[in-house]
Design a protein around this ligand. Structure first.
Ligand code: ATP
Length: 293
């Protein structure tokens, strides 16, 4: 459905995106992760036909994102990272303008979405909070019931309840066979929604995998509280162990549980519990290392 083939675009300052290739299949939710300035929005601008690649090709449903940009823009549900609203508009007038551009008569879905995200669309946009503007953007992206969504930081500015509503909406759309590509810094929502994810760093894809593989890569960590200082010292002599408080250490052993049991042998343990690494921590290793795979 969404294909990027070796897309390269370098800016005069040497930044940009280089050799970016990925494919999102029909019915899949694909997460696009990366630190600030990594190239997420630049990649998305190529998909939406706002930018022409120096080399390589981007297509959506077989349409060339640059040559067929008008059709792509009309048919894709697009949420930009920063929405450019026209001065003096209300949410209602903005959404009506979007309806008009797409020649949509049936406005039931729009009303349902406004209800779901609980905001008053008659408010002038200049008086809206960041979160309210984001809700207007989400309604605009979803209201024409497109087959493909391209979402740049969709939950930015939303409170936790609205983030949850957004996750539910994405899962419903996935259930309906829609294809979704979204960039995000919110690892929790990615974990809940995405089938696969790629990470971009310095303009290059450094890793791409299905979510299950990422889940399996998560390291096991354990918090161990010990009774004596001597035992703490003994445990801290292992490189996999770091001190959390005077009496508690964290043991990080990957999946090698046996080595941890060996380390703990003979120690006077007060408490012991497992802490699962979250996706954010997993990706932080890649943020730091940026290893190619
Ligand atoms: N038009 C431009 N001219 C020059 N440099 C640009 C231009 N657009 C983007 N860049 C640079 O390209 C790099 C990638 O930017 P991009 O906006 O794609 O990053 P991002 O991953 O979306 O970051 P963020 O998470 O901060 O939004 C950055 O270093 C940015 O400064």
């Amino acid at each position: 459905m969404i294909v990027l083939e070796q897309v390269t675009r370098s800016f005069s300052n040497g930044r940009g995106i280089f050799d970016v290739s990925l494919q999102v299949r029909k019915g899949e939710v694909f997460g696009f992760i990366g630190p600030n300035g990594a190239g997420k929005s630049t990649t998305i601008r190529h998909l939406m036909g706002f930018m022409k690649a120096d080399s390589g090709k981007a297509t959506i449903c077989g349409l060339d994102c640059w040559n067929d940009a008008t059709t792509v823009k009309r048919s894709v549900g697009y949420l930009p990272g920063e929405i450019a609203f026209i001065e003096g508009m209300t949410g209602t007038s903005f959404l009506m303008m979007m309806d008009g551009m797409r020649a949509i008569g049936d406005t039931r879905r729009k009303s349902e979405l406004i209800e779901r995200f609980e905001f008053n669309p008659d408010t002038p946009i200049r008086k809206m909070s960041k979160g309210m503007k984001q809700k207007v953007g989400i309604v605009a992206a979803f209201m024409h019931d497109p087959q493909v969504y391209i979402l740049d930081e969709p939950t930015s500015g939303l409170d936790p309840l609205m983030q949850q509503r957004f996750v539910e909406l994405v899962l419903e759309e996935k259930q309906r066979g829609k294809t979704i590509f979204m960039s995000s810094h919110m690892f929790r929502e990615m974990e809940k929604t995405c089938d696969r994810a790629a990470m971009i760093k310095d303009g290059r894809i450094v890793i791409e995998n299905d979510m299950k593989t990422f889940q399996r890569e998560k390291k096991q960590r354990f918090h161990v509280t010990l009774r004596t200082e001597e035992d703490i010292k003994r445990l801290l002599s292992y490189p996999q162990v770091k001190k959390l408080t005077d009496a508690t250490c964290e043991v990080c052993v990957g999946h090698d549980i046996k080595s941890m049991i060996d380390m703990l042998h003979g120690l006077d343990i007060v408490s012991f519990h497992g802490v699962e690494e979250n996706l954010e921590e997993l990706f932080l290793h890649y943020y730091k290392r940026g290893e190619s795979v």
